[in-house]
Design a protein around this ligand. Structure first.
Ligand SMILES: *Cc1c(COP(=O)(O)O)cnc(C)c1O
Length: 293
């Protein structure tokens, strides 16, 4: 079994706003799972790595943009568990802090232009089709094995929540939370897409074989699109981190927390509600945005 002991506590956040609205807000600290195999990325990789190992594969091959948390998580996990790793990186060859970290963990980077990047199966087949040691992991870790890994988060919870929120990129994390709900649960699952036109997430959840019925997507907190920010979001990230001692970043968790705070201000939640926010990690994303602070 490929696993390690990690610590992801549920912490209650205190703020005058929550007191005023008579609600309780908790954070699931998945950012504490590992500094680089961070947050949802460990949960999403776990069963793929187990499958790679049990089928005798020695090499993980995956895909991501130049600041991808998933690439870095795969590189670090490969190093930790004794795999080689290759990362197809979208776009022209660049150097940046996250890609350097990938290289330090031994990942070999292959830059491909945006058109070629669209067909990941073809890229894999061309380069690794004859290599029976190579194991394909989709961009962002997307897939049913990843959702299964995330579903285990729900078993760890110590409190009963009326609402659980996560940020959505591919929708796999959201799908996993839904999968982990017990059948008689009254918990409402919410997603905050970090991309524009985020209702595509419903289709992605379906594609993972999970019924998205009942899930609520809040599609208005993307701030212009993936990795786009606005001064208001940057200010929020600073203020939140200063007030709580918990670091967040603008690409995922900043949008998630901003959205939930906004909903609280709008009296979206009934008094006495208990709300859980998943801190899905990804703090190395900050390294590409330091100039904004
Ligand atoms: C990758 C990532 C997400 C997106 O997760 P999906 O399962 O692709 O929706 C959310 N938060 C952080 C910090 C991430 O790195």
């Amino acid at each position: 079994m490929l696993t390690f002991n990690f610590h992801s506590p549920e912490e209650e956040l205190k703020a005058p706003l929550f007191q005023e609205k008579d609600i309780q807000v908790f954070i699931k600290r998945d950012d504490m799972i590992h500094p680089y195999i961070s947050g949802n990325k460990w949960r999403k990789l776990k069963y793929s790595l187990q499958e790679a190992q049990s089928t005798g594969k020695s090499t993980l091959v995956t895909f991501g943009g130049a600041w991808s948390n998933h690439l870095l998580a795969t590189a670090a996990a490969a190093a930790k568990f004794g795999f080689k790793s290759y990362g197809f990186v979208r776009g022209e060859a660049v150097d940046n802090a996250v890609l350097s970290l990938c290289k330090i963990f031994g990942m070999q980077l292959i830059f491909v232009d945006r058109t070629a990047y669209k067909d990941k199966e073809l890229l894999f087949d061309r380069q690794f089709g004859r290599d029976n040691q190579a194991f394909f992991i989709d961009e962002g870790g997307f897939g049913p094995l990843a959702a299964k890994g995330v579903s285990e988060l729900m078993d760890e919870l110590e409190n009963n929540y009326q609402h659980i929120f996560c940020a959505c990129g591919t929708g796999t994390t959201l799908a996993g939370l839904l999968q982990g709900l017990t059948s008689n649960s009254t918990t409402q699952i919410h997603g905050i897409p970090v991309l524009k036109a985020g209702s595509f997430i419903y289709e992605e959840v379906k594609a993972l074989g999970i019924d998205p019925e009942g899930v609520i997507l809040h599609t208005e907190y993307h701030f212009g699109g993936y990795a786009k920010t606005k001064p208001e979001l940057i200010d929020f990230v600073k203020e939140f981190s200063q007030n709580t001692g918990i670091l967040i970043e603008p690409t995922y968790t900043g949008k998630l927390f901003y959205g939930v705070y906004d909903l609280i201000k709008q009296d979206y939640f009934k008094p006495k509600s208990k709300i859980l926010l998943i801190h899905s990690g990804g703090l190395t994303g900050l390294l590409g945005m330091l100039d904004k602070f």
